[in-house]
Design a binder for this molecule. Structure first.
Ligand code: TTP
Ligand code: MG
Length: 375
């Protein structure tokens, strides 16, 4: 079997780069794209000048301004980011069908069929710059994990190649916090045991790693040896997250149903925030409401939601989501207009890859966005 060759491409400070491209007076100054410094504003990203001050994605804007008072805060222009994203994904498609987009600015490409993945990666970087005037970094490696680490290695506008014979020496020095899935808590726990890099991890049996890190231990056992057998996934996966509540006494009218929404929302948000930590690559696609009437007739209504809705999912604010839930619930209720025994709320998720593959026109994808969540 031929050697697997994966390229991971990731745009450099993507939203910020688009903003600097379109307003060159921002270049060379610390800038961030994000919400205002009121209660819930966070940075979506910032440029490399701002990163020198310790700023990063998902940092509250108020904190960012404290650390970097002359920071220039720029509003989002999602339409522009989607346009650039569309252009880069079209470039990827010139080289292979095996593409797994992770978000607007990032994708894995399986180019095992080609004699030189490095040549393709360079061409992709060149074409991206030519078409969008933006820079991308690329990593080339025998698997997804190493390709992703490699794309980060020489950022910005970098290319880093890990060949099969490099793996052993490269992986041994790799710090554990460079492994996706090792969060701050796990990293701190492992550090306290003197485990700082993959060569330290290699000293432990699989059983011991599972004992120390739970399910993650199985993956760590492979990853710390540079092994990752996950294929580049191109097919549609859809998931949803929902909750349902059956009431001891039927809810007699729409108002009684609507009164239940805030309680249901608190639980939905709690589950969402827990779930999204393990499913970072998923994007919220739709919001839905389910009603079961007392004669067991079921009525569901689902809708794509505006961006602000998704922001509400991971902040304490629920205004937009509450309004949306009321509207969907009214629609569902009208179909039966009788006593209700069960209410449900839910979110459907899609992977960006799937949506790209359906080749939806740009405006159909308009409500999709990468989720910003604060840690
Ligand atoms: P990233 O690729 O994670 O970051 P980046 O492209 O800004 O910077 P880097 O050079 O390190 O790759 O994310 C791509 C875009 O997704 C980013 O420009 C903004 C958006 N984003 C959010 O909205 N919220 C987040 O928490 C993150 C991490 C990214
Ligand atoms: Mg990026």
């Amino acid at each position: 079997m031929s050697q697997t060759k994966i390229i991971h491409v990731d745009m450099d400070c993507f939203y910020a780069a688009v903003e600097m491209r379109d307003n060159p007076s921002l270049k060379g100054k610390p800038i961030a794209v994000g919400g205002k410094a009121n209660a819930r504003g966070v940075l979506s990203t910032c440029n490399y000048e701002a990163r020198k001050f310790g700023l990063h994605s998902a940092m509250p804007t108020s904190t960012a301004l404290r650390k970097c008072p002359h920071l220039i805060l720029v509003d989002h222009h999602f339409e522009k980011y989607r346009e650039a994203s569309y252009q880069i994904h079209e470039i990827f498609a010139q080289f292979t069908d095996k593409i797994e987009p992770l978000s607007l600015d990032e994708a894995y490409l399986d180019v095992s069929h080609h004699p030189s993945a490095t040549v393709i990666a360079k061409q992709i970087q060149h074409l991206i710059y030519q078409k969008t005037n933006l820079t991308a970094s690329a990593g080339v490696a025998p698997n997804k994990f190493l390709a992703k680490v490699a794309s980060d290695w020489n950022k910005p506008n970098g290319l880093f190649v890990i060949t099969p014979s490099d793996i052993d020496s490269f992986i041994k020095k790799l710090p554990i916090d460079a492994i996706g899935g090792v969060g701050k808590v796990t990293a701190a726990k492992l550090n306290s045991l003197g485990i700082e890099n993959c060569s330290h991890l290699q000293q432990f049996s699989q059983e011991k790693l599972v004992e120390m890190c739970g399910k993650l231990g199985d993956r760590l056992y492979d990853i710390c040896r540079g092994v990752d057998n996950r294929p580049v996934i191109t097919e549609w996966i859809r998931k949803s997250l929902s909750l349902e509540q059956t009431y001891a006494d039927d809810l007699l009218n729409l108002d009684e149903c609507i009164e239940q929404i805030p309680t249901l929302l608190i639980e939905l948000k709690r589950r969402f925030n827990k779930w999204i930590q393990k499913n970072e690559e998923m994007i919220v696609d739709k919001f839905f409401v389910k009603i079961k009437f007392n004669d067991f007739q079921i009525s569901t209504t689902e809708r794509r939601m505006p961006e602000v809705f998704f922001e509400d999912l991971h902040t304490s604010d629920s205004k937009t989501i509450l309004e949306a839930a009321k509207k969907l619930m009214s629609e569902s209720y009208q179909r039966g207009n009788k006593s209700v025994r069960l209410l449900g709320l839910g979110l459907r998720f899609g992977e960006y890859s799937n949506l790209m593959q359906l080749k939806l026109p740009l405006d159909e994808r308009a409500c999709l966005q990468k989720i910003t969540y604060s840690t």
